[in-house]
Design a protein around this ligand. Structure first.
Ligand code: NAP
Length: 254
C-alpha cells in the first residue's frame, strides 16, 4: 500500500479518486485550499503547504485545475507542485482529450501543463479523458434556467462518468509510469442536441432549446468531435443512465 497525494481531491473527479484509492487500502492525502475540506491545507498557486503535504508520498495524482479562470493559474500550479515534491515513484496528470486540436484557451494551458510534466525527470503518466457527465449536466442545468436555452446543439461529446475515470486513474497510478496513456472516453459519442433531449425528458419544465451555430475554430473543433476518442469507449455509464440517477444532487455549479 502506498501513500498517495491527490491534488484536486475535493473536486468532481478528485473525490472519486480519493474514495477509490482508499477502498484499495492506500494512505490518501487530499490537498485543498480550504481548511477541513481535505487532509492537508495548501495552495498550489503560491506553493504554501504543498511540500508538507507531499513529504513522504510515493505517488501523486495531480487533478487540481482552475476552470473558472480558464486554467490561467494551472501552469504556475503545476510548476509549483513539481518544485515542492521530492522523489516520487509516479505522478499522474489528468488531462483532456483533444486539447492539442481545439484552440480553446483552457486547453492550451492544459497542454502547457502536459509539456511541463513531460519535460520533467519525474516518472509520470498523462491520462486524457473526455468531458464528464457532471460538466454537461451543469451546462444544461444553467441553460435551463434561462427563458429559452440557446445551445450549440451540433457540438459532439463523448461524456464519461467521473467515477469511471477515477477507476482508470487508480489502476494507472498503482502501475508503472507510462508517460502518455491512451485516451479514456465514455461509451458513446453524442451531439449536444441528443444529450439535451435525454436531459429534458428527465427534467420536466426544462426550457425550449434554441440551436445556435457558433463561429470560429473552437466551435469547429467541438463540431468535428476533436474532443472525442471513439476508438476508446471504455467508460461504462451512458449519458442516459447518468441522467436517470437524478444527478441534480450530484453536479455542482460553482
Ligand atoms: N470536468 C471535465 O469534464 C473534465 C474532463 C476531462 C479532464 N478533466 C480534468 O480533470 C481534472 C479535475 O477536473 P474537475 O472537473 O473534477 O475539477 P473541479 O471539480 O473544478 O475541482 C478543482 C479542484 O482543483 C483544486 N484547486 C484549484 N485551485 C487550487 C489551488 N490553487 N491549490 C490547490 N488546489 C486547487 C480544488 O481544490 P479546493 O477548491 O478544495 O482548494 C478542487 O479540488 C482537471 O485537471 C480537469 O482539467 C476535467
Amino acid at each position: 500500500m502506498a501513500t498517495v497525494l491527490v491534488t484536486g481531491g475535493t473536486g468532481v473527479l478528485g473525490q472519486h479518486i480519493v474514495t477509490r484509492l482508499r477502498v484499495r487500502g492506500h494512505d490518501v492525502r487530499v490537498l485543498s485550499r480550504r481548511a477541513g475540506a481535505g487532509t492537508h491545507v495548501g495552495d498550489l498557486t503560491t506553493g504554501a503547504g504543498v511540500r508538507a503535504a507531499a513529504a513522504g508520498a510515493d505517488l501523486i495524482v495531480h487533478a487540481a485545475s482552475d476552470f473558472r479562470k480558464f486554467g490561467k493559474p494551472d501552469v504556475v500550479q503545476t510548476r509549483n507542485l513539481l518544485a515542492e515534491i521530492g522523489d516520487v515513484s509516479h505522478l499522474l496528470y489528468v488531462s483532456i482529450v483533444g486539447i492539442d486540436r481545439i484552440p480553446f484557451r483552457y486547453y492550451q494551458r492544459k497542454l502547457a501543463c502536459e509539456d511541463i510534466i513531460a519535460g520533467s525527470l519525474l516518472p509520470h503518466t498523462i491520462l486524457r479523458a473526455t468531458q464528464f457527465h457532471d460538466l454537461i449536466a451543469a451546462v444544461l442545468h444553467q441553460a435551463g434556467r434561462l427563458p429559452v436555452a440557446p445551445l450549440p446543439t451540433d457540438f459532439r461529446f463523448q461524456p464519461v462518468a467521473a467515477e469511471d475515470v477515477a477507476v482508470r486513474i487508480a489502476d494507472l497510478i498503482e502501475g508503472r509510469p507510462l508517460w502518455r496513456r491512451e485516451d479514456f472516453g465514455g461509451p458513446e459519442v453524442l451531439t449536444l442536441a441528443e444529450m439535451a433531449e435525454v436531459w429534458r425528458a428527465g427534467h420536466r419544465g426544462s426550457r425550449p432549446i434554441v440551436p445556435v451555430r457558433l463561429p470560429g475554430a473552437i466551435a469547429r473543433g467541438f463540431r468535428a468531435g476533436y474532443n472525442t476518442c471513439p476508438d476508446h469507449t471504455e467508460g461504462t455509464q451512458t449519458w442516459a443512465e447518468y441522467v436517470a440517477t437524478d444527478p441534480a444532487a450530484a453536479y455542482r455549479v460553482r
